[in-house]
Design a protein around this ligand. Structure first.
Ligand SMILES: N[C@@H](CCC(=O)N[C@@H](CS)C(=O)NCC(=O)O)C(=O)O
Length: 234
C-alpha cells in the first residue's frame, strides 16, 4: 500500500446533498460508490421526481444542473458537481481506501477508458433507447422522440454486452484485476437493461457470471433499483 493514501474520519466531513432518484440507473452508480466508500451517512438525499419532469424545470436547470439530469452532488458551500463519473472521482479522492478510480497512472487510464466505454457502448445507448423508443418518462417529459435512433442505440447496447462479455472472459473485473468505477458503470447499464426489458443474452456467460458476482456485493445488492426491478418483473 502506498504511503500517499489519505485516511480521514468521515464523521468530520461536512454533509453533502445529492439530488437523486433512488431507483434510477445513473443515481445508483453514485449510491454504489458512496456505499463502497462508506460515506452514505454524510449525504442527505433530495428526491427529484423524474416522472414528474422535476429535473427539466427551469429552476432545476438554472440552479442545479444545466444538463437537466440526475444525480447532482451539492457541497456545503453550494458547489455543484454533476455527471456520475465526476461525482465518483470527487468521492474517491476524499479517501484512499478502497480506490474506485485507480492508484497508478496505468490503473487510472484503464479505469477511465473502460468507464467511458461502459457509458458509450451500454448505459448511454440504453438510455437513448428508453427515451426514444419506449414511453420513457411519459409524454409530458419525452417531448421529442426519434424511435429509429433509439432502436439503433438498443442494437449498439447489445453489441456492447458482447464486448463486455469478451472482456470478462479474460479478466475478473471490467478494468482488470480489481473492482472499480468501470464495474459500477456496467452495473448501471445492466440495471437500465432490465428496466427496458433487454436482458443479457444467455450466451454471454462471462457477463452474466460477473453480474451475479457483483450483485453479491453489499454496496450493490441493497440498492433500491433492485427492489423496484423485483417488484415490477413479470
Ligand atoms: N451523463 C449523465 C447522465 C445522467 C442521466 O441520464 N441520468 C438520468 C437518471 S437515471 C436522468 O436524469 N434522466 C432524465 C432525462 O434524461 O430526462 C451522468 O453520468 O450523470
Amino acid at each position: 500500500m502506498s504511503s500517499d493514501i489519505i485516511h480521514f474520519d468521515e464523521t468530520q466531513l461536512p454533509m453533502m446533498k445529492i439530488y437523486d432518484f433512488p431507483s434510477g440507473p445513473y443515481p445508483t452508480r453514485v449510491r454504489i460508490a458512496l456505499a463502497e466508500k462508506k460515506l452514505q451517512s454524510r449525504v442527505q438525499f433530495v428526491m427529484v421526481d423524474l416522472y414528474k419532469g422535476e429535473h427539466k424545470k427551469p429552476e432545476f436547470i438554472a440552479q442545479k444542473n444545466y444538463s437537466g439530469t440526475l444525480p447532482v452532488l451539492e457541497l456545503d458551500d453550494g458547489t455543484l458537481v454533476a455527471e456520475c463519473t465526476a461525482i465518483t472521482e470527487y468521492l474517491d479522492a476524499l479517501d484512499g481506501e478502497p480506490t474506485l478510480t485507480g492508484r497508478t497512472p496505468l490503473e487510472k487510464g484503464l479505469i477511465h477508458m473502460m468507464n467511458k466505454r461502459a457509458e458509450l457502448e451500454l448505459l448511454d445507448a440504453i438510455s437513448v433507447y428508453f427515451h426514444h423508443s419506449t414511453p420513457g418518462l411519459g409524454p409530458d417529459v419525452e417531448i421529442y422522440q426519434n424511435p429509429e435512433w433509439g432502436f439503433r442505440q438498443r442494437d449498439k447496447a447489445l453489441r456492447g454486452m458482447q464486448y463486455f462479455d469478451d472482456v470478462l472472459k479474460r479478466q475478473p473485473f471490467v478494468a482488470g484485476e480489481a473492482f472499480s468505477m468501470a464495474d459500477i458503470a456496467v452495473i448501471g447499464g445492466l440495471i437500465f437493461a432490465s428496466i427496458v426489458k433487454l436482458p443479457v443474452p444467455p450466451k454471454y456467460e462471462a457477463l452474466q457470471a460477473w453480474y451475479a458476482r457483483m450483485q453479491e456485493r453489499p454496496s450493490v445488492k441493497n440498492q433500491p433499483a433492485f427492489s423496484v426491478l423485483t417488484a415490477t418483473s413479470d
